[in-house]
Design a protein around this ligand. Structure first.
Ligand SMILES: *Cc1c(COP(=O)(O)O)cnc(C)c1O
Length: 415
């Protein structure tokens, strides 16, 4: 496809998305006010941006940052730290923070994200299994493309043995279905708590922050966890993760992050916290850009007969769009095109690679300012049939417009 034809598809797609984009504007306005109010409530000042060293005792920047995150997420308390290296570590801390030997926890949204496999059941790596924590999976009853919790199976499991925790992934991972809405998660939580009031509900919140007006913590989740190099870091936070929720549980998580005797009394960061605060402030806007970008990819490719998820017109509950390519060549071509219009490493050609924690070779286009950041425009795909490429992020909507144009030229020419 030539450049003019690709530009025309982008233009027409944007015009056709005006109603969907108005909904996203409304969500972003709501979330921006929520975040701003969290800053105001905690009286954030320039002194909070200053770094600390050593133990980090009385680090006001660290403590205030955590409370601003908690308030923005509708949670009592939070641990927010540059010492948390990735979303996987934040999720690991959440699980190890509250689960104890002999406990059972049940994932009720199918198999958890790939990188949690070893965390839960790996051999000789310090997994939950090795510490005597039992694990069960209840799959979703996907109706069409809409995920539905298997309430019957959940009820049966909860009645047959006490479960310390139920685990839910809000995003879809590499599955061909919609993400799960906060409303659905809320209904599931109410159902679980009615049967078993002492069972905790833990949520993988990756890719979900600020996609809707509410977070799982607003609807009763006990703990949520996520990465700062996704939505909630606003593309500005350089690294880190968070866990937010009920105060006494967040304290247990903090003791796991540092030591049982220390909790969040310690933790320094010489680099200062300005980028974490500013990232959170920008996050509603950046998440909106990512969603607009996601819808644009879906609309443009949908109009050419490609199967996409979300389908054009569907509501999105995470920032990911999956596009089913017709061949491995199209798949790699798509990722090469995204990489070639990245602000960083545009001269690099991505190749499939065995990534730690993933089961298949994965090709990733990630020309990001923050390494591996997927709130920046990025595309990845496990190299296997049915050749689905997952695209997410975009700090600016205009960048996504350029990328859609570029991928169309590459993919359609390669047809
Ligand atoms: C990104 C992600 C994670 C964690 O991955 P990291 O690369 O360790 O940050 C977990 N679950 C989901 C759904 C994710 O998107």
């Amino acid at each position: 496809m030539d450049k003019a034809a690709a530009a025309k598809i982008v233009e027409e797609s944007i015009a056709a998305l005006s109603e969907e984009y108005a909904v996203l504007d409304d969500i972003a306005l709501y979330n921006q006010e929520k975040v701003l109010n969290a800053f105001r409530k905690n009286a954030v000042q320039a002194r909070h941006f200053v770094g600390s060293t050593g133990y980090g005792y009385d680090d006001a920047g660290r403590d205030t940052l955590s409370q601003v995150f908690a308030d923005a997420l509708g949670a009592e308390s939070a641990v927010v730290s540059p010492m948390i290296t990735a979303g996987t570590q934040a999720l690991t801390l959440m699980l190890f923070g509250v689960l104890r030997p002999g406990d059972l926890f049940i994932s009720v949204s199918g198999k958890p994200y790939d990188t949690l496999t070893d965390v839960i059941s790996g051999e000789n790596c310090g997994s939950l299994k090795e510490f005597g924590v039992d694990f069960a999976v209840i799959g979703l009853k996907t109706e069409g493309l809409i995920p539905v919790f298997d309430l019957e199976a959940i009820e049966k499991a909860l009645k047959s043995r006490f479960a310390k925790a139920v685990f839910v992934g809000r995003s879809r991972g590499y599955e061909w279905r919609s993400a799960i809405s906060v409303a659905q998660i809320g209904e599931m939580i109410a159902f679980v708590k009615k049967i078993s009031p002492d069972t905790l509900v833990l949520v993988d919140n990756c890719y979900g922050e600020f996609v809707e007006k509410t977070e799982p913590t607003d609807v009763g989740a006990d703990l949520i966890a996520g990465s700062l190099i996704k939505n909630i870091g606003g593309g500005i936070a350089p690294t880190g993760g968070y866990i937010a929720g009920k105060k006494h549980l967040v304290e247990l998580v903090a003791k796991r992050l540092t030591a049982p005797s220390l909790g969040m009394e310690v933790g320094s960061y010489d680099g200062g916290y300005a980028r974490f605060y500013q990232g959170l402030f920008l996050a509603p806007q950046v998440t909106k850009n990512a969603l607009k970008s996601s819808f644009l990819f879906a609309k443009a490719y949908g109009s050419l007969g490609f199967e996409t998820l979300p389908k054009p017109g569907m509501r999105a509950y995470d920032i990911v769009t999956g596009i089913r390519m017709n061949s491995e060549k199209q798949l790699t071509g798509f990722c090469e095109a995204v990489q070639s219009v990245s602000p960083v490493d545009s001269n690099v050609v991505p190749v499939p690679w065995a990534m730690p924690g993933y089961q298949h070779d994965v090709i990733m286009a990630a020309g990001a300012f923050v390494q591996g950041s997927s709130i920046e425009l990025s595309a990845d795909a496990p190299i296997k049939e049915p050749y689905i490429v997952y695209v997410q992020g975009a700090l600016t909507f205009e960048h996504a417009c350029i990328a859609v144009r570029e991928t169309l030229q590459k993919v359609i020419a390669d047809n």
